[in-house]
Design a protein around this ligand. Sequence first.
Ligand code: PTT
Ligand code: SF4
Length: 614
Amino acid sequence: MTTKGWWGKLLWIDLSRREAKQVEIDKNLLSSYVGGRGLAVRLLWDYTRPGIDPLSPENLLIVAIGPITGLPGPSTGKVVVAAKSPLTHGYGDGNLGSRTAVMLKKAGFDAVVFSGKSEKPSYVYIENDKVEINNADDLWGLDTFTAEKRLLERHGKDAGVLLIGPSGERKVKMATIISQMGRSGGRPGIGAVMGSKNLKAIVIRGTRDPPVDDLKSLRETAAKAYIEAKNKPAYPFWMRQGTMATIQWSQENSVLPTYNFSEGVFDESSGIDGFTMEKMKVSQRGCPNCNSICGNVVLDASGEESELDYENVAMLGSNIGLGDLKKVAQLNRLADMWGIDTIGLGSAIGFAIEASQKGFINEKMEWGDFPKILELAEDIALRRTKLGDDLAEGLVHASSVYGCEECAIHVKGLSVSAYDCHAAPGMALSYGVSSVGAHHKDAWVISWEVSHGRFTYSPEKAKKVLELQKIRGGFFENIVACRLPWVELGLELDWYVKLFNFATGLRWRLDDHMVVAERTLTLIRSYWVREYHAEGRTWNRKMDYPPVKWFTRPYTRGPLKGARLDPQKYDELLGYYYELLGWDHRGIPRASTLRRLGLGDVESTLGKMIELTN
Ligand code: PTT
Ligand code: SF4
């Protein structure tokens, strides 16, 4: 098999021993997993002991790209960061735009793996074959904006930087990895894993020409794809509002998370929507290699720049009762500077306010009380006060300390991103079975669902969830490119398949990528099951249930007043999904499925831990 498109090498940095080595990646492994998420989960499966403490030196922090990452082509400036999650204790990853993606490709590696733990705060500098583990005493404690500026002054402003802020340093369980002052990835606490390794930053520069099978055709195809993206009818409005347009859409369709996912409409939604943002916009920025940049920058309540996206604004706006975009933008900027997930933060604050109002927390808190919310946000991000510290441990922990289980809106420990599902069973399923916990990244089925019968629990819906999961959570996460030009502009998938083929010299069709996607999904599920059992917990289908509130507390207002999920029908929907994948009634891959996907070694490991269905 050709290894064009891939370097066939990863850089393994053992922080405990302060050693770096280059490791060849087996060619079959590359074609079986492609890159990014697929490669990351395979490495975690192969090189971590079952049941490790995610914040121990035994965990791996993986930074992975794919065959088309960093090459010419729409939105190929993305990178996957992955580890065993300290928040969920299962597979965790995130995908962020960063010059690191391009630089890692040019440095000559398909991935960098960090093992062990540095004795003292450090940052790693990689330049092609050169690896330095440098002292980070002067960076530790700094917010991500200040620290990144300092690193760029030191290493050149075109260097790629991934780094953590004070939340990652304090191992806040929803700490993320930040880049370019407003890009964030790794909601399941991947920033905490980096902090647990005393690793403040990763700086990468590369100067090599990536191995490409047919560079001329790749360039020509990329140029055409850029033009095609620009000519799409949705392009002008996308350039105006980006993901912020979704606020109005969610409000109109009663899925805008409001008051900690109790309602789907917010009376003050127009104060935080895309049109309000447009009036405040001061600039626009984005990821490398993108000609449909969607990072909308506004000035926040303290006059500082803040880059907005739908999830951030919904979770730090309507979900906690804030209808003033400047205030929301301030919370959003601070979250980026602290290096904490805005979704997790909005959910933790929502939990606290609802629990306070229901008498589970003594402190009095009100929806939309900005000074109080600002203080609580900082308490969580910096682990100040007992309440802040408890919330920094995640919603499962917080509800075990304070009670109010229905205030904890999560799946498998990961807070739900910004779509309320009282009246959206398909989206609820998508959250239920997402690879990392409740994340829309795998299957954003909601827009299809509202136009195809939102109250049905049909096998067709389960099929659609899986189809989207394979494209979004599989194809795009494995080739490692941004999915938004496809989702939002309608740029055809075939462009990416062609780019992949010109990069690698392979002649794959989309179906071939779908097989890899299914393998990736199934290995991720196997990893969750392995870790649960190794930690003494039993996997069962309830793990794939959405938050209890969507079943028990109907909407009290809006056009869909009275709507809620039906538990029995949800369970049937889940069953259809399992059948499609060849997973058993517990949601565990069958032995025959593992064999079909070439995961015989996984069958043998899992088979020693639990009884597998054939
Ligand atoms: C992603 C999740 C999202 S998804 C958003 S906004 W979204 C939130 N962004 C945060 C942020 O910002 N700061 C912060 N401190 N926390 C944040 N938490 C939330 O994290 C982002 C875009 C967006 S904007 C989306 S949908 C798409 N996501 C992609 C993906 O997952 N895969 C892929 N192949 N392409 C994608 N393209 C889009 O990228 P997580 P980014 Mg993010 C500031 O990582 O952990 O998956 O959580 O990457 O570079 O910021 O771009 O309405
Ligand atoms: Fe980044 Fe937005 Fe472009 Fe995607 S569409 S690559 S998120 S700027």
